[in-house]
Design a protein around this ligand. Structure first.
Ligand code: PLP
Length: 391
């Protein structure tokens, strides 16, 4: 039987995070007594509108934006879709979009859809440590490029793209840039105004607020056309706002901002990684070890099937992710690890461990015992075939 939420060692914070108790407390009044519609003019509605304003300031402050540059959405994926579709809609003659081979599915699926509608998509490759080539980006930009869209921190490997350099290139070429900062915001300190990007996507559930709430930054000088039409959010995103969750995201942003300079997660992650590499033979880190989120460890364990490892780790009360995804009964190796030039075997034998603010040293102490035991058990069940460590 798998462990309860209380006893589990949760090392999957890039998938989602637990709601911070302070966030939960901040949300409660807006679920219980304060049920007003923020568009209503009476006191009950006005208080909800005021709560949205506070949350807008909190989210804006986390990334260095102005309040009016923040649009609340239902998730990071909606923010991504809205940015890309807006860039396409404001200049319909520009039918070229540049992105990378290692994006989140929200970007990939939308770009594939646009490609079917006649858009040309340039998928920039990455090298063996998951980094993008800026010269290739520079060369790919054309007069008909509507948008460059890239994630900042990769959800699978934690690899950080050099977004400051990317923004310099797009600014010089006067091309709009959308940054998927879903994994970076709250983990990497930055000021979006100084960065000079046009769009940025954020998600609540990666920063200890609930699922189903996100935000989109649109630079105040950027032309924007909404995808979900209606009167709310100054007619930039239709739909009555999810007040409680937005209040939660605001509180979570405020707490994340207060913790931005705290690098203690890096110490725990490094302790975990070093222990695993030292005690388990046939292991290697996936991705750029220097330019990486401090909470993420993507590790290849030679000769194992990650799906089987996930199940055995779950039985031992440890949650993490696989370098593969199971769709319709078959296991697909991760497109991110494949784009880095890894074999299917290496992609299928990789596990992602991602720490969060609630991860404790005690949990890491347990994890560095559990993981080697599970890997040894798995390898005993099916001894490794040929060495697959090389890219
Ligand atoms: N972008 C990245 C890099 C992500 O990791 C995720 C979520 O896993 C998303 C976008 C989508 O965010 P949401 O789950 O809020 O739609």
């Amino acid at each position: 039987m798998s462990a309860t939420a209380e006893s589990v060692i949760y090392l999957d914070n890039n998938a989602t995070t637990r709601v911070d108790p302070q966030v939960f407390d901040a949300m409660m009044p807006w679920l219980r007594d304060e049920y007003g519609n923020p568009s209503s003019v009476y006191g009950l509605g006005k208080r909800a509108a005021d709560a949205l304003s506070v949350a807008r300031t909190q989210v804006a402050s986390l990334i260095g934006a102005s309040d009016e540059e923040i649009i609340f959405t239902s998730c990071g994926s909606e923010s991504i879709n809205s940015s890309i579709l807006s860039a396409a809609a404001v200049d319909p003659d520009k039918q070229h979009i540049i992105t990378t081979a290692v994006e989140h599915s929200a970007t990939i699926k939308l770009c594939e859809y646009l490609a079917r509608r006649g858009y040309e998509i340039t998928w920039l490759p990455v090298n063996s440590v998951g980094q993008v080539d800026l010269e290739k980006l520079d060369k790919a930009i054309r007069p008909d490029t509507a948008l460059v869209t890239m994630l900042w921190a990769n959800n699978e490997t934690g690899v950080l793209f050099p977004i400051h350099d990317v923004a310099r290139i797009t600014a010089a070429k006067k091309v709009a840039l959308h940054v998927d900062a879903v994994q970076a915001a709250g983990k990497v300190p930055f000021n979006v105004s100084e960065l000079g990007v046009q769009f940025m996507s954020l998600s609540g559930h990666k920063i200890h607020s609930p699922k189903g709430v996100g935000a989109l930054y649109v630079n105040r000088r950027t032309r924007y056309t909404p995808w979900l039409r209606g009167s709310q959010e100054h007619a930039r995103r239709g739909g009555t706002q999810n007040v409680a969750s937005i209040v939660g995201m605001g509180k979570a942003a405020e707490i994340a901002a207060a913790h931005l300079s705290d690098d203690s997660l890096r110490g725990l992650r490094d302790r975990f990684e070093t222990a695993i590499l030292e005690t388990v033979p046939g292991t290697d880190i996936n991705g750029d070890r220097l330019n990486r989120l401090s909470n993420t460890a993507s590790i290849c364990f030679e000769g194992i099937e990650s799906e089987a490892a996930l199940m055995m780790l779950d039985e031992r009360g440890l949650c993490c992710s696989a370098g593969s995804a199971c769709t319709s009964g078959s296991v697909h190796p991760s497109h991110v690890l494949k784009a880095m030039g890894f074999s299917n075997e290496r992609a299928r034998s990789s596990l992602r461990f991602s720490l969060g603010r609630f991860t404790t040293a005690e949990e890491i102490g347990k994890a560095v015992k559990i993981v080697p035991e599970v890997i040894a058990k798995l390898r005993a069940l099916s001894p490794p075939g040929p060495v697959v460590m090389a890219a």
